[in-house]
Design a protein around this ligand. Structure first.
Ligand code: SF4
Length: 252
């Protein structure tokens, strides 16, 4: 795939044909999930109402990383661990100008990669990961980013969350992106009591059936709400569009 466009804004309910089923074997959580007992779970009808209100609030919600190809998106997402999209977007123009293809990144001097991505933090490990990833794409996948979750998670630095972002945003294959925002909001909104990302994903799939909801777009919408309103330390409940539905609302 050469130049995937950023995903257009989508409605909550498009049916995605051929949606991949969750592959449960390789990603079973290693630790027992911790239950959150404080938040009242919501039912499907309330969950759907919350989703609709959030989509209405953020109709233009989209992936906030800058990229031009699925490979560049993959590299940006790998580097976004322990960093922010704003920081990643500051380093990727230079990185992708010099090493914007799997071949170029695979053959790059790793010290030059480190210097470019230093502001993102953990740059030694990230430089190794993105170069190893590029090398495997070249040697194992013929220079093309694979388009199945099972193949993507074999790449260095790529877990289920990263694979789902690439599939959903670049290839329109829906999947939940259970990052720190989606974890926090899913608990606060009563979508789950789990703490393990994979178990949260299963709860979200149960609450938002893939035939009725676009999990990629809902993930991005939750991430936008987490960044703009439902902050980790001090959620802005007064200005939240779902404060009459959310079981964690501080608005009485
Ligand atoms: S009401 Fe408050 S806790 Fe609930 S989603 Fe909105 S901001 Fe977050």
């Amino acid at each position: 795939m050469d130049k995937p466009k950023k995903q257009a804004t989508k409605k909550v309910e498009p049916k995605k044909a051929g949606r991949k089923k969750v592959a449960s074997t390789k990603v079973e959580p290693k630790k027992a999930a911790v239950k959150s007992i404080n938040v009242r779970p919501v039912g499907k009808a309330t969950a759907a109402e919350i989703a609709a209100k959030l989509v209405e609030r953020y109709p233009d919600a989209d992936c906030e990383l800058d990229y031009e190809t699925d490979f560049q998106l993959l590299i940006a997402v790998i580097m976004s661990a322990q960093s922010t999209d704003v920081t990643i977007n500051k380093v990727t123009p230079k990185l992708f100008k010099d090493y914007g293809t799997p071949q170029k990144l695979a053959e790059a001097d790793i010290e030059k990669i480190k210097r470019i991505i230093m502001p993102t933090g953990f740059f030694n490990a990230k430089a190794k990961n993105i170069q190893d990833c590029a090398q495997m794409i070249v040697t194992k996948y013929g220079g093309k980013v694979p388009t199945t979750r099972e193949e993507l998670i074999t790449l260095p630095g790529v877990g289920r969350k990263t694979a789902n972002v690439v599939l959903g945003v670049a290839h329109n294959i829906p999947g939940w992106t259970v990052d720190t925002h989606v974890q926090r909001l899913s608990k606060r909104l009563g979508f789950t009591r789990e703490s393990d990302p994979y178990k949260i994903e299963l709860d979200l799939e149960e609450l938002f059936p893939p035939k009725k909801f676009d999990s990629t777009q809902l993930s991005i919408t939750l991430i936008w709400h987490g960044r703009r309103c439902c902050f980790a330390r001090k959620p802005d409940c007064i200005n939240c569009p779902v404060n009459q539905l959310c079981p964690s609302s501080e608005v009485v």
